[in-house]
Each structure stands twice: as structure tokens, then as C-alpha cells.
Design a protein around this ligand. Structure first.
Ligand code: CTP
Ligand code: MG
Length: 344
């Protein structure tokens, strides 16, 4: 069926299945590694509370969303007791005193406060594990989108397998580093989730559109509605398509590469996981951008907004190549992960 590609064979499709399953198995942290993260968090909180009264730390990002790698950074959000929002706080001052305090912790190195960025953070490296981390203040939407992604991850094992495959793919192709002008892992995860919602029948629902009654409940955080359906054990009753998609993970992966290389109309559509209805870049006034990815809660945030034209071409080429490599039955496949996989 694949245009200009040799016919897929059942045998090769099985190999693609195995590659996708293996990406998850090879790179997901095991239970002990998860506990180590929690332990570091606890230790940091105890230490910080000796310097900053009432400080609480929460893990978010890939340590908690179900799509973490063994070497993923620790994304930490700090809040202060009795203080609901960052309003009225001297965030830069707090970040600087946090950095000063962490400087006295013997288990950490490379402590760098970054106060010029949109969100001030302190970066650090945990010496014993080599894990990097950053602490931000009151990133409440981050906590909620982490929970949303974790919910999608828990609906069907193929969700995690595909998101890991995507992450490995973007690292190998060098298109997965937001700090170097590419898309973030978070953005690629949203691309996978969107594709799985669009699949016919869909693999996952739109959790933000499942609710009782006529109108969507409103749970406001930082001015945005963070409501989504959380009672997942009730999903089979609440979502008619539950369990209907029986494609193998390899079929879904090949389908994803085809979707983003020849089916999805980037000019006319926004990658948007919060609703099933199509959304156009025109509606969002994001017409000057070729790749538009709407954050599920912060609807002003286009995750593709920072991409240069060059980078967009580079990303699109990687997907086209990926589709050729994965879609061509070959004897020596898969190749070993390249050396640089050891670094993440
Ligand atoms: N985040 C966000 N908006 C962005 C980037 C990140 O809300 N534009 C939030 C997401 O909750 C994301 C978290 O910050 O999960 C951490 O971002 P990052 O460390 O870049 O990605 P991870 O999802 O943690 O993936 P990785 O394993 O690569 O660290
Ligand atoms: Mg992270």
C-alpha cells in the first residue's frame, strides 16, 4: 500500500513490532531507578527546607508522565507552604537563594541559576547518579500536563511503546533537543498522542472531552481549564471505541510515519490533543508557522513556535527517511543503536 516503497512483509512487520517493544524495554527506568529519583527528591526537599522555610518539591515531566528514559533529567517544581500561586513572590530572589543553598549540598555539582529565561530555574547535577535536574517555581500547568500524559500512557501499552520509539527516533536523528532549536520531547509525545486519537478506530480517546452532562467542567489553573477525565477504570463504559483498535505497535509506528509524511496537512491543521474537531492554524492566528502543536492546557502556547524554517525541513526530512528505513523490508535490521544513544 505504501507508495514508492516495496511491499511490507508479515515477517518484517514482526521485526518492526519487536523494535518498538524493545525501545520501551531498553530505555524505560526500572522500579529501582524510579525509587532512586524519589529518594533524590526527598533528600533535596529535606535539605532545602533547612534553608527555605515551607518549601515543597514535586517531580513532574518524564520522571512522572510514563515516558521517561533512564537518563532523563529530573524536572522538579518547588512550591511554598500556604502560598497557592507565584503571584507576589520574588521568584528571581528565591531562585538565587535556592542556588546558594544547593551550593552547600555535597551530593550536587554544577549548580547554575538561570534567571534570564522565561521561567527562572536552578540547574544541578546529582553526583552519584549523574542525573541532571532543574527546579522551577509554581509550574502548575506542568504538573497537570504530566498527569494528563500519564493517563494516556496507562490506557494502552502501545501508547508508551510508540512514545519511546518516537523519542529514540528523534534522538538518533538529532531532532529532539529543544535547547538546540528543535522540538521538545513533550512536543513529540503530543504528536504521537494526536496521531493515536486520529487513528480509525482510535487507540486513545480525547480525555478532555469526556465528562458528565452537557458542558465541560471547569477546573481553572493559571487561567486555563485543566479538566480531563480521570476515572480510567470507567473508560470502557464511557468511551465507545475502547479496545476496538487491534493494530500491532509496528503497524501503528509505520502508520505514524506515513501520517506525518503524507497524510497530515500541516498547513491546514493544528496538532491538538484536547478536541476531536479539527483546528486550523488560521483559527489560532498561527498562520506563519508550518508545524503548529497546541499545548493541551495553555492554549496560547504553540510548541512548534520556535522552529526555524531550516529546522522544520530537517525534521520533515528525518520523518521521510524514517519512513523509508522502517518501511523497507531488509535483512540486516534493526541496526544497533548508534553510539550516541549511550548519552541519554
Ligand atoms: N513542559 C511544558 N511545556 C514545554 C516543555 C515542557 O509544559 N514547552 C513541561 C512538560 O510537563 C514536560 C516537562 O515540562 O514533561 C519537562 O520537560 P522536558 O524535561 O523538556 O521533557 P520531558 O517530558 O521531561 O522529557 P525528557 O525525558 O526528554 O526530559
Ligand atoms: Mg525532563
Amino acid at each position: 500500500e505504501m507508495k514508492d516503497l516495496p511491499t511490507m512483509t508479515p515477517k518484517f512487520l514482526k521485526i518492526v513490532d519487536q523494535v518498538c517493544e524493545q525501545c520501551h524495554k531498553d530505555f524505560a527506568p526500572d522500579e529501582v531507578e524510579e525509587q532512586v529519583r524519589e529518594h533524590i527528591l526527598q533528600d533535596l526537599e529535606t535539605f532545602i527546607r533547612r534553608h527555605i522555610e515551607g518549601a515543597h518539591l514535586k517531580l513532574f515531566g518524564s520522571s512522572k508522565n510514563g515516558f521517561g528514559f533512564k537518563q532523563s533529567d529530573l524536572d522538579i517544581c518547588m512550591v511554598l507552604e500556604g502560598q497557592d500561586t507565584a503571584m507576589g513572590l520574588d521568584c528571581i530572589g528565591i531562585i538565587l537563594s535556592l542556588a546558594r543553598a544547593l551550593g552547600k549540598h555535597s551530593g550536587l555539582k554544577n549548580i547554575i541559576p538561570i534567571i534570564t529565561a522565561k521561567v527562572p530555574i536552578v540547574k544541578f547535577c546529582h553526583v552519584k547518579t549523574g542525573l541532571e535536574g532543574d527546579i522551577s517555581l509554581y509550574n502548575r500547568l506542568g504538573l497537570h500536563n504530566t498527569e494528563l500524559l500519564a493517563s494516556y500512557a496507562s490506557i494502552d501499552p502501545r501508547v508508551r511503546q510508540l512514545c519511546y520509539t518516537m523519542k529514540v527516533f528523534t534522538k538518533v536523528c538529532d531532532i529532539g533537543d529543544a535547547s538546540r532549536g528543535s522540538l521538545s520531547s513533550y512536543a513529540y509525545t503530543l504528536m504521537v498522542l494526536f496521531y493515536l486519537q486520529q487513528r480509525e478506530p482510535p487507540v486513545i480517546p480525547v480525555l478532555q472531552e469526556i465528562y458528565d452532562g452537557q458542558t465541560k467542567p471547569e477546573v481553572l489553573v493559571e487561567g486555563w481549564n485543566v479538566y480531563f477525565f480521570k476515572d480510567l477504570k470507567d473508560l470502557p463504559r464511557r468511551w465507545p471505541s475502547y479496545g476496538q483498535n487491534r493494530e500491532s505497535v509496528g503497524e501503528l509506528w509505520l502508520g505514524l510515519l506515513r501520517f506525518y509524511t503524507e497524510q497530515f496537512d500541516f498547513k491546514e491543521r493544528v496538532i491538538c490533543v484536547r478536541q476531536k474537531d479539527t483546528l486550523s492554524p488560521f483559527q489560532k492566528q498561527w498562520t506563519s508557522k508550518y508545524i503548529t502543536i497546541e499545548d493541551p492546557f495553555d492554549l496560547h502556547h504553540n510548541l512548534g513556535g520556535g522552529l526555524s524554517r531550516r529546522m522544520i525541513n530537517f525534521i520533515m526530512k528525518a520523518f521521510i527517511n524514517g519512513r523509508r528505513v522502517f518501511g523497507t523490508p531488509a535483512k540486516a535490521f534493526p541496526p544497533e543503536y548508534p553510539d550516541k544513544m549511550e548519552y541519554f
